[in-house]
Write a protein that binds this ligand. Structure first.
Ligand SMILES: [Zn+2]
Length: 480
């Protein structure tokens, strides 16, 4: 049974979706006004682990991640660049979508705000009709926070004085902490028609509208970065529960911790922002996934090159073990009995899978799951590849691939096997030549062959069975 931390109750709870077998999940996506940074990857990849684990547990998952393609920041950025706001949103949306693909993050639907303006207007109209919102003199519409009794519970902020204020609007708001559902257009700004005059949606309303349009009036998991708890998610919750007249609108609020650089928050003023395209180029998407997996999603993740180097080393080990297991499994004859010792190895392999599942069941504890994966690699290298057992090779291979359904770093089997048949024959030939040299005790020559192959990324491992080899995958350049 999966247990997951709920920000609303501040407790780790048993996970049970509202409809058996189906998980409706919504995660707040980006505002495409600038390049994505490493913090975005941390949030999206962390949630990708959750989504993949739910799938592995047999749930159907309907996963929606929005794109805020109209916003103050986009308008400001377009002004700075002297281009149309649509071009800014389009350019950075393209970058975001291609980075998601590279990072192997799958999303069912990416609704964009500008394609849901009518839905948003209708939602705001209903909030006005129900008395939860009011039209200010400017033509902007605000949510009246005093009509929703539970405001502040999600973020734990209970005092009105703590709630952020938009001072320029103070004159027209009933309460300083009311927030905009609809913003009247200022001269030169993009706008859409509405019953309250030309304007555009406020930031928070889109998530309430687009999530309910596709997921209905109850969301099982609503996620985002911890920085979104207030005011964004607090406001989403107020709007939606007022609109639907029911609680809870979201069954589990799941928030991902921040990414820091040398212990500091990434910010323009500190000049320590790491662009995601650069990080992908330097480390590769798989190294980044593994590094993010090594830390629990709720804790801050600090960017340290040593930690990424370590992830790279682990990735190499995963890829080489996978390739050797696959090769061995393909080449060894089917086994018809296991002796006592092999049975023990088989049991210890299956134990690593249990540990992996138990770790993820306890609030998606990926560092503990990674430890189980390391144990699997250890057993595979020490006890499986060195034996001639095809059953053990199969067990280790299947377990590694199951774990990878969550981790997401292995290439498809066909790609590993394909690795060019000609190259395979050629390497076999060289390995055979080296074996003959060794048989004649010509170790200097055989070591030279091994070293030269190593330079080409082809690693050899001498076992009782003969020599195994694998081609090392590219895992990002070491140069900075
Ligand atoms: Zn949102």
């Amino acid at each position: 049974m999966l247990r997951i931390y709920n920000t609303l109750t501040k407790e780790v709870e048993e996970f049970e979706p509202s409809e058996p077998g189906l998980v409706k999940a919504y995660f707040c996506g980006p505002t495409p006004y600038d390049h994505l940074h490493l913090g975005h990857a941390r949030a999206f990849v962390s949630f990708d682990f959750v989504r993949r684990y739910l799938l592995l547990k047999g749930f159907n998952v309907l996963y929606v991640q929005n794109i805020t393609d109209i916003d103050d920041k986009i308008i400001r950025r377009a002004g700075e660049l002297g281009v149309d706001w649509r071009d800014v949103a389009g350019m950075y949306t393209d970058e975001y979508l291609s980075l998601l693909r590279e990072l192997r993050i799958e999303v069912d639907l990416h609704p964009r705000v500008t394609e849901h303006i009518e839905d948003i207007v209708r939602f705001v109209e209903a909030l006005v009709e129900k008395g939860h919102a009011y039209v200010a003199p400017s033509g902007s519409v605000y949510f009246d926070i005093t009509t929703y009794g539970d405001y502040g519970r999600l973020s734990g902020r209970v005092g009105a004085e703590e709630w952020r204020q938009e001072e320029e609007f103070l004159a027209e708001k009933r309460n300083p902490f009311d927030f905009a559902l609809w913003k009247a257009a200022k001269p030169g700004e993009p706008y859409w028609p509405s019953p309250w005059g030309p304007g555009r949606p406020g930031w928070h309303i889109e998530c309430s509208v687009m999530s309910s349009k596709y997921l209905g009036d109850t969301i099982d998991i609503h996620g985002g970065g911890q920085d979104l708890i207030f005011p964004h998610h607090e406001n989403e919750r107020a709007q939606s529960e007022s609109y639907f007249g029911k609680s809870p609108w979201v069954r589990y609020w799941v928030h991902v911790g921040p990414l820091t650089v040398a212990g500091e928050k990434m910010s323009k003023s500190l000049g320590n922002i790491i662009r995601l395209t650069d990080a992908v180029k330097t480390w590769s998407p798989e190294v980044l996934r593994l590094w993010i997996f090594s830390s629990h999603y709720r804790r801050p993740l600090d960017y340290k090159e040593e930690a990424l180097e370590q992830a790279r080393t682990t990735l190499r080990k995963i890829l080489s073990t996978h390739e050797m297991l696959l090769r061995v499994f393909k080449e060894r004859p089917v086994e018809h009995r296991l002796d006592e010792r092999r049975l023990r190895v088989w049991v210890s392999l299956s134990q690593t899978w249990r540990e992996f599942v138990e770790a993820l069941d306890s609030d998606i504890n990926t560092p503990r799951a990674l430890a189980a994966l390391h144990r699997l690699l250890g057993i595979a290298n020490a006890e499986v590849l060195t034996s001639d057992s095809s059953s053990l090779a199969f067990k280790a291979l299947a377990t590694l691939e199951l774990m990878d359904r969550v981790l997401g770093v292995l290439p498809p089997r066909e790609e590993v096997v394909r690795a060019s048949d000609q190259v395979e024959e050629l390497v076999k030939l060289i390995v055979e030549v080296r074996a003959r040299l060794r048989a004649r005790r010509m170790y200097e020559e055989s070591d030279w062959i091994r070293a030269e192959l190593g330079k080409l990324g082809i690693r050899l491992a001498d076992t009782k069975e003969g020599t195994l080899w694998f081609v090392e995958k590219r895992t990002g350049s070491s140069e900075k």
